[in-house]
Ligand binder design. Structure first.
Ligand SMILES: CC(C)[C@H](C(=O)O)[C@@H](O)C(=O)O
Ligand code: SF4
Length: 417
């Protein structure tokens, strides 16, 4: 029986010829990533619960401080110190303030064909480069750290056949929100969302990241693209070689197949308090906002900043509105600086922040108050995600977020021209 890319990666990690959905395999992990959301808990378990604490292979571990950076309280400072000290003592790659973990991973580590566990739900982003990334809790992370292995229940794959090309002014962000709106927040529970077809080839690595990153918002175990020429080019630019390049077999079995015509996608917005509460952006136009956020591992890349800068150039952020612009990594920050994008944002009255999760995580920067409204390029709009339980989060593309910052209410880019 043929296998999908996801199945082939698991088979290789398990050292077997073939796997099928429902099998449970012990797998060798290529890499493990953990951030300041939970690493202190892992370190506590490591120090207090294990009889013989040791690390299988420190070279496979990456610790990244990105959620609350710079730290915002004595409590986070203490957790981060624990993480920092542990990384130093155990020779673990450590990043702090360099960017959102998934962006740092894609820029510096991820290789096609790898199996990567991250103590963060959006680890599924790594499928943009043809790797199988998935989120685990810190107990599973600890097991992987100590043994270098873990177990995987092979997921079914679901095929998303993409045809056509996204129209001008419509983005991968609109596409993934459209997909999630259609299939629902449980639409691909514990399945691998494989994005394929001619339309997939038209998408940049940044677009592919935006798609795979939000696979977990449809309940998926991972999101994945085949590593094609674009992925190889990205790897080359970043000085890396693939581990293995897998293609799905023509007779691979899928639980379901969907076709999405990219040319028919339009700007959409996910209304509070669920990511699948997706409507045409027009339906939300006019809703007053207090804050707009352009950033996160979903939409804080240079491509997104370019979209925002082009819209806001020569214009001003609406009075009384905070517009937070947060490049997803320092590399992106420097590039935006070089291209003059940060000047454009600052001239317009935006607040440009250091690379971090910012208000996507909602505990460090830009936290919103009672009954306030945020329009965001972050990943989630759950109740209280960005601050006060009565506050509301709308999710839209970089274009919609920037246009809304200018208008002071949810708006389409075409309205602020
Ligand atoms: C802090 C972390 C564990 C969490 C996640 O798992 O995704 C966060 O990144 C999020 O986006 O909600
Ligand atoms: S940017 Fe948002 S989704 Fe991404 S890791 Fe940070 S909090 Fe999670």
């Amino acid at each position: 029986m043929g296998m999908t890319i996801a199945e082939k990666i698991i088979a290789a990690a398990a050292g077997v010829d073939s796997v099928k959905p429902g099998d449970i395999h012990t797998v060798k992990l290529d890499r493990l990533m953990s951030n300041d959301g939970t690493t202190h808990l892992t370190v506590d378990m490591y120090n207090n619960k294990l009889k013989n604490p040791h690390i299988a292979d420190a070279k496979k571990l990456v610790f990244i401080v990105d959620h609350n950076v710079p730290s915002d309280s004595p409590k986070t400072a203490a957790s981060q110190k624990k993480m920092r000290d542990f990384a130093r003592e155990n020779h673990i790659d450590f990043w702090e303030g360099k960017g959102v973990c998934h962006q740092v991973m894609i820029e510096n580590y991820v290789r096609p064909g790898e199996l990567i566990f991250g103590a963060d739900s959006h680890t599924c982003s790594y499928g943009a480069l043809g790797a199988f990334g998935t989120g685990v809790g810190c107990t599973d992370f600890l097991y992987g750290m100590v043994t270098g292995t873990s177990w995987v229940l092979v997921p079914e794959s679901v095929k998303f056949n993409l045809v056509g090309k996204l129209p001008e002014g419509v983005y991968a962000r609109d596409l993934i929100l459209t997909i999630i709106g259609e299939i629902g927040a449980n639409g691909c529970n514990y399945q691998a969302m494989e994005f394929t077809g001619e339309g997939a080839k038209t998408l940049s690595i940044s677009d592919r990241m935006a798609l795979c990153n939000m696979a977990v918002e449809a309940g998926a175990k991972t999101g994945i693209f085949e590593a094609d020429e674009k992925a190889m080019e990205y790897l080359k630019e970043h000085g890396r070689e693939p581990k293995a390049v897998f293609h799905s077999d023509p007779d691979a079995v899928y639980a379901r197949e969907y076709t999405f015509d990219l040319s028919k996608v339009r700007p959409v917005v996910a209304k509070p308090d669920f990511v699948d509460n997706v409507v045409p952006a027009e339906e939300t136009c006019g809703i007053p906002i207090n804050e707009a956020f352009l950033g996160s591992c979903n939409n804080g890349r240079i491509e997104d900043l370019r979209v925002g800068a082009e819209i806001i150039k020569g214009k001003k952020v609406a009075e009384g509105v905070r517009f937070l612009v947060v490049p997803a990594s320092q590399t992106i920050y420097r590039q935006a600086l070089k291209e003059g994008l940060l000047d454009i944002f600052m001239d317009a009255g935006a607040i440009v922040m250091n690379p971090n999760c910012s208000v996507c995580w909602g505990s460090c920067q830009g936290v919103i108050g009672e009954n306030e409204v945020l329009i965001s390029t972050g990943t989630r709009n759950f109740k209280g995600r960005a601050g006060h339980p009565s506050s509301k989060v709308y999710l839209g593309s970089a274009a919609t977020v920037t246009a809304s910052a200018i208008a002071g209410k949810i708006a389409l880019a075409s309205e602020v021209k």
